[in-house]
Design a protein around this ligand. Sequence first.
Ligand SMILES: NC(=O)c1ccc[n+]([C@@H]2O[C@H](COP(=O)([O-])OP(=O)(O)OC[C@H]3O[C@@H](n4cnc5c(N)ncnc54)[C@H](OP(=O)(O)O)[C@@H]3O)[C@@H](O)[C@H]2O)c1
Length: 323
Amino acid sequence: MKLRRFGGTGWQVGEIGYGMWGMAGWTGSEDAESLASLQRAIDLGCNFFDTAWAYGNGHSEELLGRALRANPSEKVYVATKVPPKNRQWPSKRTFTLDESYPPEYVFEYVEKSLRNIGTDTLDLIQYHTWEDKWLDDERMVRTIEQLRASGKVRAIGISLNRWEPWNGIRAVKSGLIDAVQVIYNIFDQNPEDELFPACREKDVAVIARVPFDEGSLTGTLTLDSGWPKGDWRSTYFVPENFRNSVEHADALKHLIPSGSSMPEMALRFILNNPDVSTIIPGMRKIRNVEANIAASDKGPLPGALQAELQKHRWDRAPTDWSQ
Ligand SMILES: NC(=O)c1ccc[n+]([C@@H]2O[C@H](COP(=O)([O-])OP(=O)(O)OC[C@H]3O[C@@H](n4cnc5c(N)ncnc54)[C@H](OP(=O)(O)O)[C@@H]3O)[C@@H](O)[C@H]2O)c1
């Protein structure tokens, strides 16, 4: 596993990290399988794990805690998130700080996450939704400063709403935060426009999330695919988005290099960008862990293929279903 700088923190993190939502939020998860996958990832050099209190009300954090205790001699970077108090994803322009992240509530959730994971310090705490305008409330600035001084968190980040990479640029430029988590993949290339240059300038780490567009960029979805009732993906891949997503993914299939796969091409596309510190594919299965970490050995894509894939940029705007 190749390592990359995590912004100005001084950390060296694996360029393939681990997204831990599915294992505590999507249907079809089995703890035993998830724990075996986490172990395989650690064995293969993965050292950055992204979880959140909201992933199963602490369950994903507890699984990470178990993996940490099984590997006491490994340095594993733990990134988790405080859920918005109103439990609304994404945040909206009208949400106030009191509705979303009042100071005492943020500290309460840091404590909850510490307990769930069973650790004294969180490497990275992230706000699970973000509005740049919250910076107008000086309590936000003070909370971030107090979190940093508390010794309970080593770094502070924000996780941007889907398809709103602009709504975090002010936070990056403020110098208050260490990391930004944003959707970045073959379709969603718009963080390159303004967000990444700002991160470069301020040495803010970039966590590239949803590298497979929640599954369409694995190339496995067909128009017959479906999810059990209650699975979050059935609310994202609504008919309007589903057909489009399958068509956009199908249009990439002829570009897959021989001997490669769509997921590998999707990860290597992201690896081409040096602004990215780590990519966090969601994975529950060992075979996916092995395949995704192997993408790091293959490295960035050849320039001609990268250029071809850049043409598949698909700019989307938030809607009722996009969450
Ligand atoms: N607001 C936020 O802060 C926010 C929102 C969304 C996501 N995230 C973070 O980002 C992470 C990644 O996003 P995501 O999990 O939503 O979506 P994703 O990474 O785009 O896709 C995950 C899906 O891809 C499958 N997969 C992974 N590797 C594969 C491979 N090599 N071949 C075929 N299929 C493969 C997974 O299968 P299996 O699970 O069955 O292995 C899972 O169904 C999350 O886990 C979470 O940590 C944060």
